[in-house]
Design a protein around this ligand. Structure first.
Ligand SMILES: [Zn+2]
Ligand SMILES: [Zn+2]
Length: 387
């Protein structure tokens, strides 16, 4: 698999960085040691500026090219997961209960590899903003970095992100124009009736029957309110009610996960969910308390930037190893907030077969790191070429 020669030279260093990060996973916004390690490496490479403490432990570092121009942002997430590691690797987590099970250790390593190369060569115009972001898994650190103003502060004009994927063959890139990952909303409903003896339903208001009618009716949103081409998922995933066979309970509750790609579809589903639940509640004489949590928005690639990323990927790994019209993923990403703020693209890089992301036996494939670093480095040279 061809990679930039200079990056191949320091592949062993990248493996060492990656395994150090893997041994020291940190969660959410608390990526303190992680940020120290990354900032120290960036300083060794000779980046021009390191700005720390953005979104608590996030970093933006700047590398200047040979002539003035725009600023391209390259983003890596930093955080790990609260999972007990079962890889048995020599470089396994030393923090009980936490592990890098999503490969963000590998993402940081690839971005550091690109940074080292770009500091040495600087064959680009303008500047590179290296964005290291905490709290991807749980709290939208990407949104916080945008809210804290990194796009304007560093005059970022376009932005790119990359995620590894074990389900994609080793060294293969996937991307697409338009949506690549879904929006995630979560619905919580409590149905309030009137409890009593199971043999005297006429003296009660049964919340279970009302809840079941709501759940059944929610399924009609996809089949009756959306067009055949609209992609969405509504799954009721948890139901709670009752405590004994002879008691009609006072309340019943359920929750659902809702995935969409389009803001109009998302808004329509949100409206229909409320109408169906409140209308059904009225019909059954119960009250309904609805909480609709809006999560990460869809990750929507900009067409020209996705095309550029695919072209650069073809230069690195060859055309047969690039799918530039890949299927959309139903999972979500907080890189979506950066793509709402600036044009750019998100790409997936195949790890080769192995345990899935978020599995306790997952480990980032170190052989992928030089490929990802070469992609980021070439992307900068292609997006902001020297005159
Ligand atoms: Zn993850
Ligand atoms: Zn991840």
């Amino acid at each position: 698999m061809p990679v930039l020669n200079r990056i191949a030279d320091f592949a062993p260093d990248m493996t060492a960085w990656r395994r150090h990060l893997h041994q020291h996973p940190e969660l959410s916004f608390d990526c303190h040691q992680t940020a120290d390690f990354v900032a120290a490496r960036l300083a060794e490479f000779g980046v021009d500026e390191v700005h720390r403490g953005i979104a608590r432990t996030g970093i933006v570092a700047i590398i200047n090219g040979k002539v003035p121009g725009g600023t391209i942002g390259l983003r890596s997430d930093m955080d790990a997961l609260p999972i007990h590691e079962l890889t048995g690797a020599a470089h396994a987590s030393t923090t009980q209960g936490n592990m890098h099970a999503c490969g963000h250790d590998g993402h940081m390593t690839m971005l550091m590899g690109a940074a080292r190369y770009l500091c040495e060569t600087r064959n680009f115009s303008g500047r590179v903003a290296l964005i290291f972001q905490p709290a991807e898994e749980d709290a939208g650190g990407g949104q916080v970095m945008v809210q804290e103003g990194i796009m304007d502060r560093f005059a970022i004009t376009q932005v790119y992100g990359l995620h590894n994927e074990p389900a994609i063959p080793f060294g293969m890139f996937h991307t697409t124009a338009g949506p690549i990952a879904a929006a995630v909303d979560t619905l919580f409903v409590t149905v309030i009736g009137k409890g009593g003896h199971g043999v005297m339903p006429e003296t009660c208001v049964d919340p279970i029957v009302a809840m079941l009618a709501m759940i059944t009716s929610l399924q009609t949103i996809l089949s009756r309110n959306l067009g055949a081409a609209d992609q969405a998922v509504i799954s009721v995933t948890q139901v709670n009610a009752g405590s004994a066979s002879n008691i009609i309970p006072e309340t019943a509750s359920f929750c659902a996960t809702i995935r969409t790609f389009d803001a109009t579809v998302q808004a329509l589903i949100r409206r229909r969910v409320a109408e169906i639940i409140q209308g059904t509640a009225a019909a059954y004489g119960v009250a309904a308390d609805i909480t609709y949590d809006v999560g990460y928005p869809p990750t929507i690639n900009h067409t020209a930037n996705a095309a550029l990323a695919a072209e650069v990927a073809r230069q690195v790994v060859g055309a047969p190893n690039v799918n530039d019209a890949c299927p959309r993923k139903m999972w979500s990403e907080d890189f979506s907030f950066m793509l709402q703020s600036r044009p750019g693209a998100f790409v997936l890089l195949g790890q080769g077969p192995g345990p899935s992301l978020h599995n306790p036996a997952y480990d980032f494939n170190d052989d992928v790191a030089p490929i990802g670093a070469s992609f980021f480095a070439r992307l900068v040279e292609a997006a902001q070429p020297l005159p």
